[in-house]
Design a protein around this ligand. Structure first.
Ligand SMILES: Cc1cc2nc3c(=O)[nH]c(=O)nc-3n(C[C@H](O)[C@H](O)[C@H](O)COP(=O)(O)OP(=O)(O)OC[C@H]3O[C@@H](n4cnc5c(N)ncnc54)[C@H](O)[C@@H]3O)c2cc1C
Length: 524
């Protein structure tokens, strides 16, 4: 049995008398960061995720590990400094997933060169010893060489600065694996459906449901952490039905297009587009991801749908900066994510503001809720949540250990041109699986280098349970080319069915449900 074996993990939650130190609800960046912090301090930790790890916002980010140039412009120095520090730690602890990337801001007005060189010089300074490299002003000739495809008309020059880029859902999977190595139990496809309270109205556990079998569990814990992102209000309402909404979702959209629109290993950043929003064009897994900052919306879902106005804005804005203009037909995949921003509250008496980036709320029942923040600061959010859990749950205090804790797969000297780089220290083991069955050495799709063996690996070692888990979050084909992902579904279903001992009906149901949800990533 492997560490990730679902049967073994379910056995570990089957004792109805067991009292966990911490139960974390939600398996995105916030929940995984909290569970890892707790487990590495030695606390008995259980994490429950209703779908797959990073199924929500945490697989739909811009893929930047950054301080946030935008927050610097808003003068939030403390927030930028904290995020830049965390950026440095993440590069140290997950060097197989975090890349130092150059971002170029093209200057179309004479004063912009000086303005951005000074501003980003401050950004570097705030990173201190953890700087990713100095900001430089570059000439028009230099920028045209570095960013082929950029619109030269009216271009004066540019400013280059450095930030981090990562693979968000791969980091989530590796964090789940690190949690297991640190002694936690983490389960995907386990939904929390209710809270258990004692006669003093304190939360002492959760009711949870195994989505695969329908079996229900009553799980007791000294502390419960609500890390459900845009879903936090659902748990808060389970706690207190009259709770006012804490979160206002803010939707961000990205499209993936071919690299031929900007064949560069550097990224383009437009700090201020026509409506004041930021636009990024970032090379990622041999494609370009183009996206902007968010639009507030009133509803939330696990599969948010990109608004037509957002797609038009991205394409029209990119068209102003690129010579080869991307059209709707060039969009290979479109994905939307919801940022769990704090809704404006009048009663802030129970709200402890750790920083403007994330908030930690303790309900009268003792449940701890985390909102806001960003992927880059997931570790710090986890640390803050566990510090609070120690106080609320009366746990024996232990110091935080995650600052120096390597994340599963961590290895030095990553070759970013290698198709399989993101497996880090496990790369060779993944490919060696093909020795078991030479067919697994074949490609998953004729246009891409992904191999069948990766499906076997994801199923055996990375807790993948569905076609979508593999094609969206273990490898990123759905986010890079939705049509190719749909075409690969059949072979993924066959490979997974053999591993998981599932029948033909399971395969059919899986293909149908994946094809249906993947349609939303295509532009029609
Ligand atoms: C468009 C966009 C771009 C972004 N880009 C960046 C970026 O480049 N860099 C950066 O640092 N940050 C970025 N962010 C921010 C970052 O992605 C988020 O802050 C982070 O992913 C939020 O993680 P989370 O764990 O709080 O939420 P989520 O990832 O949504 O996780 C919450 C989880 O809780 C689960 N859940 C809900 N209810 C239950 C229940 N009852 N039982 C069990 N599980 C449940 C959900 O299924 C979900 O998986 C971006 C955000 C957006 C929206």
């Amino acid at each position: 049995m492997t560490l990730t074996d679902r049967t073994r993990l379910i056995q570990s939650i089957s004792d109805p008398e067991k009292v966990w130190d911490i139960i974390v609800v939600g398996g995105g960046a916030t929940g995984l960061g909290t569970a890892l912090d707790a487990a590495s301090r030695g606390y008995q930790t259980l994490l429950l995720e209703q779908a797959d790890f990073a199924k929500g916002t945490s697989s739909r980010s811009t893929k930047l590990v950054h301080g946030g140039v935008r927050y610097l412009a808003q003068g939030d120095i403390g927030l930028v400094r904290e995020a830049l520090y965390e950026r440095g730690l993440l590069l140290k602890n997950a060097p197989h997933l975090v890349k130092n990337l150059s971002f170029i801001i093209p200057n179309y007005r004479w004063w912009e060169g000086m303005f951005y060189t000074i501003g980003l010089g401050i950004y570097d300074m705030l990173a201190g010893k953890l700087s990713f490299g100095p900001t430089k002003h570059i000439s028009k000739k230099h920028i045209l060489a570095d960013l082929p495809g950029i619109n030269p008309k009216g271009l004066h020059g540019g400013v280059v600065y450095h930030d981090g880029q990562f693979d968000d859902s791969r980091l989530a999977i590796n964090l789940a694996q690190t949690c297991l190595e640190q002694g936690a139990t983490v389960l995907n496809y386990f939904r929390v459906t209710g809270l258990i309270k004692n006669d003093r109205e304190k939360v002492i556990g959760v009711n949870a449901n195994d989505a695969e079998t329908g079996t229900t569990y009553q799980l007791k814990s000294k502390v419960i952490v609500n890390a459900t992102g845009v879903f936090v209000d659902e748990l808060l309402q389970m706690d207190k039905p009259e709770s006012k909404p804490l979160v206002r979702p803010s939707q961000g959209v990205h499209v993936a297009i071919n690299k031929s629109f900007m064949p560069s290993d550097e990224a383009l950043m437009i700090p201020k587009t026509s409506d004041g929003r930021v636009l990024f064009v970032v090379p990622w897994h041999d494609k370009l991801v183009v996206g902007t900052t968010d639009t507030p919306i009133d509803s939330h879902s696990l599969e948010p749908v990109a608004l037509e106005t957002e797609i038009d804005f991205i394409l029209n804005t990119a068209a102003k900066y690129l010579t080869k203009v991307p059209a709707r037909k060039d969009v290979l995949s479109v994905f939307a994510g919801l940022r769990p921003l704090a809704a404006p509250q009048h009663d802030s008496s129970k709200t402890k503001e750790i920083s403007r980036s994330h908030k930690l709320i303790v309900s009268p029942s003792g449940m701890i809720t985390m909102i806001g923040g960003k992927w880059t600061t997931y570790r710090k959010m986890g640390e803050d949540a566990v510090d609070k859990a120690i106080e609320i749950g009366g746990l024996k205090p232990e110091v935080c250990k995650t600052m120096d804790l390597p994340i599963h797969g961590s290895t030095q000297g990553t070759d970013w041109n290698d198709t399989f780089y993101f497996y880090g220290s496990e790369r060779d083991a993944v490919l060696a699986l093909a020795n078991e069955n030479p067919d697994w050495g074949k490609k998953l799709h004729s246009k891409y280098d992904y191999l069948q063996v990766e499906v076997i690996w994801a199923t055996r070692h990375e807790m993948a349970r569905t076609i979508e888990d593999v094609l969206a979050r273990r490898i990123r084909l759905l986010f890079l080319d939705a049509k190719a992902a749909i075409e690969a579904a059949l072979v993924v279903a066959e490979l997974m069915a053999a591993e998981l001992k599932k029948d033909a009906a399971w395969q059919e149901e899986q293909i149908a449900s994946f094809t249906k949800s993947a349609q939303a990533y295509l532009l029609h």
